[in-house]
Structure formats: structure tokens, C-alpha cells
Design a protein around this ligand. Structure first.
Ligand code: LMR
Length: 396
């Protein structure tokens, strides 16, 4: 038999939580697993701006023929402006260009392929911890994957240890950074930390790859781009992956971009020719619908403003849930222990709960979260914060 030697492998540590949660008959279960935003009704809504853009496309889209290897031109320009800022000199000088990809994950894969094929011998450095798929994507394309520390034994961001380790990264290697809302920890670099990382990057001549999956979910659309824009201003070359899954709520439409920044317009053409060639072998041309929606929204001032309000609503709801959970833990004497939940940014909180405590939460209380102790705060039902706090207290 052809397949007899094929072994079964465990399901993805994050996505398999969706199935486990769906199978649980307990009506009082909690879904804090995969990173999706839920509203007060427990739904992951289609944003109003997206609905309006979809109606417009239904009426006006004239063709479903392929888009180019780099995707829709308007989408590429508008996403680049969202990430780099409308007045970015890189855009004016044609030093930056976006390649449309199937989600942020597709952008990361394309970046990995680009590094493996076009910059042979370069290793990649990831924060410890990081999103588990960073580990597998870059290993899959054959890159040497190494780590720099990010969180100390006290479950807090350890900037000094991070910077010390970065000083030993070999010249020319690739440094992956999270632009904001670090996944899984929720601990973000402050502006002065970004500046210090930039100094190391310059000294060690590293190539930064910045993963920007949660723009707007930390402190705001522009605020969250602070580090990315600093690096774009100060460095001749940079790679950025941008995702529209969370901030446009377009999860299943797989919408993202890899933005390459080069030291001049000529080099951008060289780099983009390689990216188009690599993408051709991966997915040929990118899926259109999500990108068409994003381009419609960002290209229309009224829709853009409606969308920005919706992002701000999601952002402030997550911030309220963070504060609410810490408050709900207070009667159990746990407010201090979990104070970091209120300080972290974005959807995720690295709670500090051990894998055993996470298992008990799932088995005894039907609370689902990643075994690393990562909880998707954006998935909490605000009316049940006390119940969740009581469940956590039972395993602490
Ligand atoms: C997550 O980390 O939960 C999200 O980014 C979804 C995913 O694909 O893992």
C-alpha cells in the first residue's frame, strides 16, 4: 500500500482547540483559544464597513479574472499606506511595495521562501515564546531557527535579556519582531525599547522581518505602527508582513501582504520579481475577495472612517475585558498575581498558568485556552467575567 508508512500527527495546537470546544456539550463553556474577536453577543461579526464594501463589489465588480502575481494594485498601495503611513517617503520614492498574500500566514511563508532562496545561509531569530506557526513555517523552508528571550521567569517582558541575546546574533541574520500585540504574550516593546533594538539591528546589520498581524488592536491604528515606521525610516531594507484577518475581521478570506522595503526603486523591482516568482509556485495568484473588500474600504473616506471606528470599538472592548478580568479576580485574592493582564496589549494574554492548570481548566471547567497559558481575552463574554475568575481561582 502506498500510504502504509504514513503516521498520524497531532492536530495544530491552536486550531484543534476550535474542534475540542465545539464538541464540548457544556453550555457554560468558555472559548479563549484561537485568536478571534467576539462581540457582546459572543459572535465574530462581519464588520459593517465590510458588509457595505461587499454590497458595492456585488454590484460593481465586473470580472473574476486573475489578479496579478502581486495582487490588486490599489490594495497593495492602500495597505502599504496603512502600515507605513500615507506620507511615507518610502512610498513617494517607490522604495516599498506590497505583494498580496493569502493572509498574514501566507506573507510569512513567502518571506521565509524569499530568505531561503535569495539570502542563503541566513538564520532567523524568533522571540521565545512566539506564535508556534512562526517556528514551523521557517523550519519548513529550511531556515536555521534560533531564539532570543522575551519573557523572564517572572512571566514579564525582559527587555534587557532580549537585547543582550540580540548582541550575539550573527551579522546578516533575520530578526523577527512583532509590531504590536505580541502573540502569545501580549507584552509589547515601548518606544525606547524599539529604539534600542534598532541600534542592535544597525550594529549587527540584521534584516528585520516585522510581523504586523494586529494593527489597531493595541493602542490605535497609527500608534501600533510606531516601531514599524521607525524601522522603515531608519533602515535601508526591511520586510513587513501585514494581516487583515483581525482588524478587518476577514479571517476566512485570507487577506494579507508582504511589504518589501529596499534602499532604492531599482532594487525593489529586483526583489519584487523574486517574490512574484516564489508566489507563483506557492499559490500562483492570490485570492481576491478579501483584498477587494479592503481596497474598497480604504479607498473610500466614509467607509474608511466607519471601519476605523469599528476597529476602535473592538480595541476598547478588549481593553475593558482586560481590566474587568483583573477586577473579577480580586475577590479571589488574585488581582496582583494577574495584574499583567491589564497591562498587556491586543487579543492575547500570557496568563502564567501552567499547562497542567490549563488542562484542569479545560477538563473541570470547560475553559479552553492554549496549553502555553495563552488566553484570547477578546473571546471573553463580559457578562461572565466573575464565572471565569472563579474557574481560574479553582486551579490556582
Ligand atoms: C492565533 O494565534 O490564535 C491566530 O493567529 C490564529 C491562528 O491562525 O493561529
Amino acid at each position: 500500500m502506498h500510504f502504509s508508512a504514513i503516521a498520524r500527527i497531532p492536530g495544530d495546537s491552536i486550531l484543534s482547540l476550535m474542534d475540542a470546544y465545539a464538541r464540548d456539550p457544556n453550555p457554560r463553556k468558555f472559548d479563549l483559544g484561537v485568536g478571534v474577536y467576539k462581540d457582546a453577543q459572543g459572535l465574530t461579526p462581519v464588520l459593517s464597513a465590510v458588509k457595505q464594501a461587499e454590497r458595492f463589489l456585488l454590484d460593481h465588480q465586473k470580472s473574476k479574472t486573475y489578479v496579478s502575481g502581486h495582487g490588486d494594485v490599489a490594495f497593495g498601495r492602500l495597505v502599504s499606506e496603512l502600515v507605513l503611513g500615507k506620507d511615507s517617503p518610502l512610498l513617494a520614492r517607490e522604495r516599498a511595495g506590497a505583494t498580496q498574500t493569502p493572509g498574514g500566514t501566507g506573507a510569512l511563508r513567502l518571506a521565509g521562501e524569499f530568505i531561503a532562496h535569495c539570502l542563503p545561509g541566513r538564520g532567523i531569530w524568533l522571540s521565545d515564546p512566539t506564535w508556534p506557526i512562526h517556528e514551523s513555517i521557517f523550519a519548513e523552508v529550511g531556515l536555521k531557527v534560533s531564539h532570543y528571550p522575551y519573557v523572564g521567569s517572572d512571566n514579564r517582558l525582559d527587555v534587557e535579556a532580549m537585547l543582550l541575546a540580540m548582541e550575539d546574533i550573527p551579522h546578516g541574520d533575520v530578526l523577527l519582531l512583532h509590531a504590536c500585540c505580541h502573540n502569545p504574550t501580549g507584552f509589547d516593546l515601548r518606544q525606547q525599547d524599539w529604539q534600542r533594538v534598532l541600534d542592535v539591528v544597525k550594529r549587527r546589520e540584521l534584516l528585520p522581518l516585522i510581523d504586523f498581524a494586529y494593527q489597531g488592536f493595541g493602542d490605535g491604528l497609527d500608534e501600533d505602527a510606531w516601531g514599524v515606521r521607525l524601522f522603515a525610516r531608519e533602515l535601508p531594507e526591511l520586510l513587513i508582513t501585514s494581516s487583515c484577518s483581525k482588524n478587518f475581521g476577514l479571517y476566512r478570506e485570507r487577506t494579507g501582504a508582504l511589504i518589501a522595503c529596499t534602499h532604492d526603486a531599482e532594487k525593489l523591482l529586483d526583489v519584487r520579481s523574486q517574490l512574484a516568482g516564489l508566489a507563483r509556485n506557492l499559490w500562483s495568484t492570490p485570492p481576491d475577495h478579501g483584498a477587494a473588500v479592503v481596497a474598497t474600504i480604504l479607498g473610500d473616506p466614509q467607509l474608511k472612517s466607519l471601519w476605523a471606528d469599528e476597529v476602535e470599538h473592538m480595541r476598547s472592548r478588549i481593553a475593558q475585558l482586560r481590566a474587568g478580568l483583573v477586577e473579577a479576580l480580586a475577590p479571589h485574592g488574585l488581582a496582583k498575581r494577574f495584574a499583567h493582564i491589564g497591562e498587556q496589549r491586543g487579543m492575547f494574554s500570557y496568563t502564567g498558568l501552567s499547562p497542567e492548570q490549563v488542562d484542569r481548566l479545560r477538563d473541570e471547567q470547560s475553559v479552553y485556552m492554549v496549553r502555553s497559558g495563552r488566553a484570547n481575552v477578546a473571546g471573553i463574554d463580559a457578562s461572565r467575567l466573575d464565572e471565569l475568575a472563579a474557574a481560574i481561582a479553582k486551579v490556582c
